[in-house]
Write a protein that binds this ligand. Structure first.
Ligand SMILES: *[C@@H]1O[C@H](CO)[C@@H](O)[C@H](O)[C@H]1NC(C)=O
Ligand SMILES: *[C@@H]1O[C@H](CO)[C@@H](O)[C@H](O)[C@H]1NC(C)=O
Length: 163
């Protein structure tokens, strides 16, 4: 019994290690952050692969910008009806937990109309998903953050084995 429990724990840990190692934190807009209505955020998305388990990091001054999660209709018309899901932190992290198309925009002034919006398609993560292409330079900055959970999971495994 003890043996199979340990095996199960190790198997689970390996799965955790795998997902921790492959999750990417995407800093929206790269060096620009979520700050510039003149920046083409659509272009920013184009060389990136978004997968379930990844995060979007919105970095901005919340006196100047915010983040709305919209549907396609609202996104196309830059409409922000009351009750629409929004964020107004400064270093907001959006966890991509489900696959599919997602739409985000800034709801301040005419920022959305000027181009401060983007849509992404989140791919299901799993053993069958295609390997990510070589990361573009803007990924290099963020990839190191994946090592936190990785280290934690490794320590947990080590603690279990040596306990
Ligand atoms: C942003 O870039 C995309 C893709 O290159 C392009 O289709 C779109 O027209 C650009 N938007 C603006 C506002 O320039
Ligand atoms: C988007 O949301 C608005 C407001 O809630 C709604 O009226 C509209 O039908 C929705 N569009 C889609 C494509 O779901």
């Amino acid at each position: 019994m003890a043996c199979s429990a340990r095996f199960l724990f190790l198997t689970t840990s390996m799965v955790m290690l795998f997902s921790a190692a492959t999750a990417v934190d995407h800093i929206v807009g790269g060096d620009q952050g979520w700050t510039n209505p003149e920046f083409n955020y659509t272009e920013w998305t184009q060389d990136k692969v978004f997968q379930v388990g990844d995060n979007l990091l919105f970095k901005y001054d919340n006196t100047k910008h915010n983040v709305f999660k919209l549907n396609s209709t609202l996104f196309n018309s830059c409409s922000f009806p009351a009750g629409t899901e929004s964020l107004a932190g400064e270093n907001d992290v959006v966890h991509l937990t489900t696959p599919g198309r997602k739409w985000y925009a800034c709801g301040i002034n005419d920022h959305c109309l000027r181009g401060m919006k983007f849509a992404i398609t989140v791919l299901a993560n799993g053993p069958s998903s295609a390997p990510a292409p070589p990361p573009p330079s803007s990924h290099a900055l963020s990839s190191s953050t994946s090592y936190g959970p990785l280290m934690a999971a490794m320590l947990a495994v080590a603690a279990f084995i040596f306990a």
